[in-house]
Design a protein around this ligand. Structure first.
Ligand SMILES: Cc1ncc(COP(=O)(O)O)c(C=O)c1O
Length: 409
């Protein structure tokens, strides 16, 4: 690809990265000097802040988004012999949560324009499962890139089979969607039973590693709290007897999936800047959108479409190479690979989100890749995630656009 003479930047511009300030550092140091490193009150304060941000009634903060998916699957009573449905275009964790619970995830094709679960394929898959005598017990729609999946439609499909819905909102904290003229927040659980969040450093706010489950259902909340700590309870009504003030009982097999107060101190400091983070992500997306809206790009690349009524939180900014008339997907994929390599040479660190889960050898080996994934395969061939994080400058965005212009000449 032709990039000779292009003024290469000195430092790598990654696709995503955290933004840590002196205030964040001070908050963690203060926590370190205090009484609680873990199992203290900062966790509940962080959970309350997440309820405030999402509008959900309850929140259980845990060790990672993956732990959140596992616990949500368990709280949905998923186990051996059960089947669930999730998107083929996601991080493997969305499906693995069900697998950890002993259940089988079935993958669903996506709309190649949005990368979001295709609700017609979802309905067809669910019906197929029901006909086989194993109706879906859980559906995990993924808010890919920060745009909310069609949760109202997913809810309708789930209700046909009495399935629970867990929104994978790892990408969408701060996003909104509209149903019948009313606006809802991602992870508010207005149309779902639970939602999960992730606080990995590339996400909207970070705790290093960390995650959370939100819900409006008190029974699910209680179950999730129990499962987070070994299945242990101190609640009087659940104990067989009481030996004294120290007494607890393990009432089911749970896990050690706790988050620490140190992490939550960082999370709380980050929450304060969340509005700024979100606004900046949207500004960056608007700058990319404006650049790519000109005729020059029409035959070259297309930004991911955001569904009507959705305001994305832009965890990612994805573009797809435009498929030429009669071009094979292999050829699109080869052009994408060349673009990826060329951008790396110009000190840009793009990423590909995601390798379709059905292509993962472990899913294939375990018979979890059945079905047709035309939308997902088409999407994957040409997708590339450009740098998107709040600390990026306008000049950084312009550099990426110039580098693309140079490489796609
Ligand atoms: C869509 C999605 N779901 C779940 C996860 C898992 O989150 P974590 O890395 O916090 O375990 C991720 C993480 O990248 C993700 O992107």
């Amino acid at each position: 690809m032709a990039t000779e003479g292009f003024q290469k930047r000195a430092q790598l511009l990654p696709y995503g990265r955290q933004w840590i300030t002196d205030e964040d550092v001070a908050a963690v140091v203060e926590q370190l000097r205090g009484d609680w490193l873990t199992q203290g009150p900062t966790i509940a304060r962080f959970e309350a802040a997440l309820c405030e941000l999402t509008g959900a009634k309850y929140c259980v903060a845990v060790a990672s988004g993956t732990a959140a998916l596992h616990l949500a699957a368990l709280a949905a009573n998923m186990g051996a012999g059960d089947t669930g449905l999730t998107s083929d275009n996601t991080f493997v964790a969305s499906a693995n949560g069900m697998r950890y619970a002993g259940a089988r995830p079935m993958l669903v094709d996506v709309d190649p324009r949005t990368g979001l679960i295709d609700t017609r394929s979802l309905a067809a898959r669910a019906e197929l499962l029901a006909k086989k005598g194993t109706p879906p017990k859980l559906i995990v729609p993924v808010d890919f890139s920060g745009a909310v999946a069609d949760l109202a439609e997913v809810r309708r499909i789930a209700d046909r089979y009495g399935a629970k819905v867990v929104e994978d909102a790892a990408h969408s904290l701060g996003a909104t969607y509209t149903v019948d003229g009313q606006t809802y927040r991602a992870a508010s659980c207005a149309h779902t039973d639970m939602a999960i969040l992730s606080f990995h450093p590339v996400k909207h706010l970070t705790t290093g590693e960390g995650g959370a489950i939100t819900t409006n259902d008190k029974a699910l909340y209680d179950k999730l709290c129990e499962l987070r700590t070994h299945g242990i309870t101190r609640e009087a009504s659940k104990l067989t007897h009481n030996d004294g003030p120290w007494y607890y009982e393990q009432v089911e097999l749970g896990y050690h999936y706790r988050i620490t107060d140190l992490q939550c101190a960082l999370g709380l400091a980050q929450v304060k800047r969340f509005p700024q983070f979100l606004a900046r992500r949207r500004e960056i997306a608007a700058r990319y959108d404006a650049a790519f809206a000109t005729d020059e790009w029409k035959s070259k690349l297309r930004p991911l479409a955001v569904p009507a009524g959705v305001t994305s939180a832009y965890h990612l900014y994805v573009v797809n190479l435009v498929r030429r008339d009669g071009e094979s997907l292999e050829s699109v994929a080869a052009r994408r690979k060349a673009l990826f390599v060329a951008l790396r040479e110009l000190n840009i660190g793009p990423q590909v989100h995601y390798i379709p889960v059905h292509k993962q050898p472990d899913f294939q080996r375990n018979g979890l890749s059945e079905g047709s994934f035309e939308g997902s395969d088409e999407y994957y061939a040409g997708c590339i995630s450009l740098p998107m994080f709040p600390k990026m400058s306008d000049d950084d965005v312009d550099y990426v656009v110039s580098a693309l212009r140079e490489t796609l000449r």
